[in-house]
Each structure stands twice: as C-alpha cells, then as structure tokens.
Design a protein around this ligand. Structure first.
Ligand SMILES: C[S@@+](CC[C@H](N)C(=O)[O-])C[C@H]1O[C@@H](n2cnc3c(N)ncnc32)[C@H](O)[C@@H]1O
Length: 433
C-alpha cells in the first residue's frame, strides 16, 4: 500500500516537474511582442463575447461561454459587494422596477427615439403632456429621469439631457424586440397591487389576484378589457422575443404541416414560426373569445390571411377540437395551472390528437439552466403565485414527463433552447385503428 502511495507521489511530482520545466522553457521563448499579440486577441475575444447581446443568438458554444461569463461576473459581484449593501439594494429593488414602468408608461423611450437627439426634462414634459389630460409634475419627472439614468435605462448625455441607453432601446414600441408591453404587464400598477397581496397569499395559499379582486385573473380580465390588452401585449412581446431561439433550436417545426397553438394568445408565437417557414405550413390559434378578438387585430396588422392562420374560440377545459393539425403547441400554458387542471387540458389534447401527431410543451423548465437563469425562473415562479390560481407553478423535467405520461403521451424528449425555454416533445400512445 505504502509502496503504491510513494509511486503515485513520485509520478505526481514527476509530472509537476515536467509541466514546470515545459512552462519555463516556453516562458523563456515568449517575447513582449508575443504577449502583446496574445493580449490583443484575448481582449477582442472577451469583448466580443461579453458585449455581444445574448438576444443576437450567438451559436451554442459562444452562447454557453457568454452565459457562463456574465453569470460568473454576477456571482463574483455578489461576493465582493458588502452584505449590508446587498440587503439595502434588495429592499428597495421595486423602485427600479417602478422607474422602468414609469418611463415606459409616459412614453419617454418613444419620445427620445422620435426626437433622435438628447432631450431635457422640460422638453420631455412638453411631449408627455401633449398626450395626457393631466400634466406631469416637472420636479418629479426630472427625478424619475435622473433615477432612470442611474438604472441604465437612459443616459445623461449632457447636463440634464437624456438619451436612450442600449437597454432603453428595448422599450421603444417599434423596436423589433420591443419589451414595452412586457414591462407594462410585469411592472405595471396592476402587477404591483397583486404582488402586494402576497403578504396575504402566504397565509391563504390564494393567488395575489384572488386576494385583491376576489376573483382569478381570467375572470378579472373579462371585466377589465384595458388590462386584458396590457396582458395580451405583454405575452406577445415575450413570445416574439423568445421565438427566434425556439425556432432555431427546434428545427423539426419545419416538418409540421399544420400547427395548432392551443391557448396561443394573439398568435404572436405562431406568427413568428410561420414567418420563418414561409411556405408549406399553416396554423391555427385556439383561445378564449376576448383573446381571439385581439388576435384578429394583431394578424390584420401583420396582413396575415385566414388561410395562413385561422382563429378559433373555445375552452381547453371543455374540449379541444382536432382541427386536422399534425403539431400541437402548449406554450406557457401548463405553468399557469395546478397538476389537476393540467391533467384536464392534457386529457382533452390527447382526445384531439391523432396517432403520430406531435405535442410540444414549450415553457421554462426548472433546473435546466445556469444559476442566473434559475434565478429568473424563481422570479417567474413568484409571478405565477401572484397572477395565477394556487398550485400553478414552474415544473422540473421529471414532473412534466409525469404529467404527460398520466394523460397517455409517450416518448418525451426535451430540447433546450437559447431562450431559456425548453421544448418537451411527445406523442400520443394510440393504437392504429
Ligand atoms: C400565459 S398566456 C400564453 C399565451 C401564448 N401561448 C404565449 O405563449 O404567448 C395563457 C393563454 O391561455 C389562454 N387560456 C386560458 N384559459 C383558457 C381556456 N380555458 N381555454 C383556452 N385558452 C385559455 C389565455 O387566454 C392566454 O392567452
């Protein structure tokens, strides 16, 4: 035994000595010029992967390196920031969210975008007041704009003049990946009110919505059409943002002939898929009546014909018609519901799909990403607690497979995407008739 340990120690010291000798030899050959070249190449590489925004969809290896780097930097930042400052920052984090909402709500990003030059508080006030019945308070506006520049949504170009930062550009309504609607949904007054109700939900297990309005979100949306519009726009923004990565990372969309998006909202995601696969695929959106009204408007604006995307109203808890589709999507649906409710939806879907048809569950799945992605999913999970009926939640891959299995779906397979979403593909276990 001792002999073996000695041999291992000798081998280790020998290999260490070899490595050191080789390193010394190499070091003696490295000139300042070599170092300068290595430094420049490394800086360009680092700058590229750090600066390239993740939404530009770098290839998978670069995406992984990029994600690792910013996640490590964030983790490092957490360790070096004094703990009491972290507590203080977390305690008032909601004000950052409020400022983001306020500038979006007052159309500051669009005003700055249209002006094409930095604007002062006074100039912005004039533009904001033009579209409002009640004028904004100038000193408060200036303080909010100043805060927005601290949070990196705006840049103070000259003294008291603001322009859009790289982050702020995503708030402009016409930006191809605009998050204007998403911010109004997640950071708006409504979301804050129901988030506040979590201090009651924690005891009752009810959603923030139920605690606030004595009714769940879907009931509430029927009587609050302006929030219905905000909600649909928010979901559409998110669907448009994540669509390119989902489409790129699930090339099998290309083999579908007719895609049914069950609970497809205004059709934003399906539109992105069919915009990519211009020929050969048609689509159907199935959703509640008020949402389908919004979908009509959305698709009319995009000049999409009824032949390309047809719209159908219905209730997936009662019946999902077959529609003759060969691919069925449930995107961001099951995480809104309890296991029992999800089983009803999946059972109805099972009844609709024919043998060989494909079912694609597209949502964020727990424990499939890096630390920062999981933190975002935790925030989403809390959003579910505030917005959706109790027991709605994000699930792990095993929990999703179990749900599918219970409703008769087999061969589940997960495809990760560069959008932080997973696609779980499965097939109905139906015998040939
Ligand atoms: C979170 S949104 C997801 C929308 C869309 N799939 C997306 O990813 O953008 C949930 C959708 O389910 C729809 N929905 C809720 N209950 C429904 C029901 N009983 N029948 C059909 N659709 C329903 C909602 O109207 C809403 O559009």
């Amino acid at each position: 035994m001792i002999g073996n340990e000695r041999k291992a120690a000798a081998k280790k010291s020998f290999s260490m000595a070899t490595v050191l000798a080789t390193a010394k030899k190499l070091a003696s050959k490295i000139t300042t010029l070599h170092l300068a070249v290595i430094f420049v190449i490394a800086s360009i590489f680092l700058a590229y992967i750090c600066v390239a925004p993740p939404t530009d969809l770098p290839n998978w290896p670069l995406y992984r390196i990029n994600t690792r780097i910013w996640q490590s930097l964030e983790r490092f930042g957490k360790h070096v920031k004094p703990y009491h400052l972290r507590v203080l920052t977390s305690a008032s984090q909601h004000f950052e969210s409020r400022v983001l909402f306020l500038i979006t709500y007052m159309d500051v990003p669009d005003h700055l975008h249209n002006a094409g030059k930095p604007l002062s508080c006074e100039e912005l006030k004039t533009l904001i007041d033009e579209g409002n019945v009640e004028p904004v308070n100038l000193p408060y506006l200036c303080r909010v704009l100043h805060a927005a520049s601290h949070f990196d949504f705006l840049v103070e170009a000259e003294e008291h003049k603001y322009e859009l930062s790289e982050l702020g550009k995503y708030l402009v309504k016409s930006h191809p990946k605009s998050l204007n609607g998403y911010v109004q949904m997640i950071a708006g007054d409504e979301a804050f009110i129901i988030a506040t109700a979590l201090s009651r939900s924690i005891f009752t297990g009810n959603s923030g919505f139920k605690e606030t309005y004595r009714e769940e979100l879907l009931e509430h949306l029927k009587s609050d059409l302006s929030f219905q519009e905000i909600f649909d726009r928010g979901m559409a923004d998110n669907a448009r943002l994540v669509a390119p990565a989902i489409i790129a990372d699930y090339p099998s969309f290309g083999s579908c002939k007719h895609i049914c998006d069950i609970g497809g909202g205004v059709g934003s995601f399906l539109y992105s898929v069919l915009e990519y696969y211009v020929y050969g695929i048609k689509g159907t959106v199935f959703d509640l009546t008020d949402v389908i009204d919004g979908a009509k408007k959305f698709l009319e604006e995009k000049s999409v014909t009824h032949e390309k995307i047809s719209l159908h109203t219905g209730d997936f808890f009662k019946n999902i018609p077959e529609f003759g589709c060969d691919c069925y999507i449930l995107k961001d649906i099951l995480n809104n519901w309890s296991d029992e409710a999800s089983n009803v939806i999946l059972n109805n879907l099972f009844a609709a799909v024919a043998r060989g048809n494909r079912v694609l569950i597209i949502e964020r799945v727990l424990h499939t990403g890096g630390a920062a992605e999981e933190t975002f999913k935790t925030q989403m999970d809390l959003t579910m607690m505030a917005f959706n009926p109790s027991h709605s939640r994000l699930r792990t891959e095993e929990e999703m497979y179990f749900l599918l299995e219970q409703s008769g779906f087999v061969e589940p397979q997960t495809y990760p995407t560069r959008a932080g979403y997973s696609i779980i593909e499965s097939f109905p276990d139906k015998k040939q008739t």
